[in-house]
Write a protein that binds this ligand. Structure first.
Ligand SMILES: [Zn+2]
Ligand SMILES: [Zn+2]
Length: 375
């Protein structure tokens, strides 16, 4: 079967032929891959800045944003059956006895750093025709969102961030978590890439007045997309990132999705009273960024502010992402589908990785065969 592989020593990305994987234990499931999304992490892997093949192997099969269809289930698997659509999680536990998060099956909180990630670190990924994994790493996708379910994994970044935000918001008893439409909270997303745009939708369905701050022109297609879902767009050249409050009012939440340390630290003075800033990007640069630590510490204390980072995602975030995609699809079907800007065969991976303007490019291996499920 075909797979897209990155060879770190040769500095090459190319298609390889591999033997198809087989179900080896009763808790495993074999999937036919339908679609695999390409993201910034894949671009970094393709620049040979990131990504580790499995121990002793010359290449890494890339791809971590997947949608697959169940072909075969092991004898102990009762929750999935042939024909089901699933999204598979990415990170796997380090299996070290001292790592309580991994013992608890939350490798997104791994404390040893010895976790593995499919398609990124030490395990082959999903950009291939067939995949075998344990059923417990898979999340069932309703057929109604099959068109957009490949966006589940990139959406889990915002979902984990917002899962962690929920208990933080309960510190403010005047905010009723059950009245999503009347929260009266302002959120600003930094960055209009897929993580930022999906994050904006997740904030909008939670009733945040949502702004997206990015470089694109205020007349660009992305700005229009944001206005069309009920968000507001701020072109970065029009408003310094440290003065967002002038346009937004009290900035209750900043969701960073740029990976820029310079932009993120320049945004710190914009965090409002009792506000929160969540960082999701990983800066790749080496240039030092200076910050006004006196002001930042003073604001953090005097305004009850909170800054936290979040990486990867656990089962709950995947579940919430699938639920939210169904909400997005019901509310903004055209806009959600527009996030997937192109579907390409695996042979075109070179062009896809070279492309720049796409929001989300997807490598398509096969169509879902949904006919058998209806009978
Ligand atoms: Zn990704
Ligand atoms: Zn661990």
């Amino acid at each position: 079967m075909r797979a897209v592989a990155m060879f770190p020593a040769e500095k090459k990305i190319r298609l390889v032929e591999r033997p198809a994987p087989v179900v080896k234990s009763a808790d495993q499931v074999r999937l036919r891959m339908l679609e695999v999304g390409v993201c910034g992490t894949d671009h970094e892997i393709a620049r040979f800045e990131y990504g580790t093949p499995p121990a002793g192997e010359p290449y890494l099969v890339i791809g971590h944003e997947s949608l697959g269809q169940v072909v075969e289930v092991g004898g102990d698997v009762t929750e999935l059956k042939a024909g089901d659509l699933v999204v598979t999680t990415v990170r796997r536990p380090c299996n070290r006895p001292e790592c309580r998060p991994c013992q608890h099956r939350r490798p997104d909180y791994c404390v040893t750093g010895a976790y593995t990630e499919r398609g990124i670190k030490g395990l082959h990924g999903f950009m291939t025709e067939e995949v075998v994994d344990e059923a417990r790493n898979m999340h069932l996708v309703p057929p109604a969102i099959a068109d957009v379910a490949v966006l589940t994994e990139p959406l889990t970044i915002a979902e984990k961030a917002l899962d962690e935000l929920a208990p933080v918001l309960t510190r403010m008893p005047w905010i009723d978590p059950t009245k999503e439409e009347k929260r009266g909270l302002n959120a600003v997303v930094l960055g209009a890439g897929p993580v930022g745009l999906l994050g904006a939708l997740a904030l909008l369905v939670r009733g945040f007045d949502t702004w997206v701050y990015s470089r694109e022109d205020a007349k660009s297609a992305r700005a229009a997309w944001i206005e069309s879902v009920g968000g507001h767009y701020i072109q970065s050249s029009a408003v310094p990132v440290g003065q967002l409050g002038k346009q937004v009012g009290n900035v209750d939440l900043i969701l960073e999705a740029t990976g820029s340390a310079a932009l993120s630290t320049a945004a710190l003075p914009s965090i409002g009273a009792n506000g929160v800033m969540i960082l999701t990007g990983v800066p790749g640069g080496v240039a030092e960024v200076s910050i006004d630590a006196q002001r930042i510490m003073r604001d953090l204390v005097l305004e009850n502010q909170l800054i936290y980072g979040t990486v990867n995602a656990g089962p709950r975030a995947f579940q919430h992402a699938i639920e939210d995609l169904a909400k997005f699809e019901a509310r903004w079907p055209k806009q959600v589908r527009a996030l997937i800007t192109g579907r390409f065969p695996p042979e075109n991976i070179g062009d896809v990785l070279a492309g720049k303007d796409a929001i989300k490019s997807v490598i398509k291996f096969s169509d879902a065969s949904l006919g058998g499920r209806r009978g």
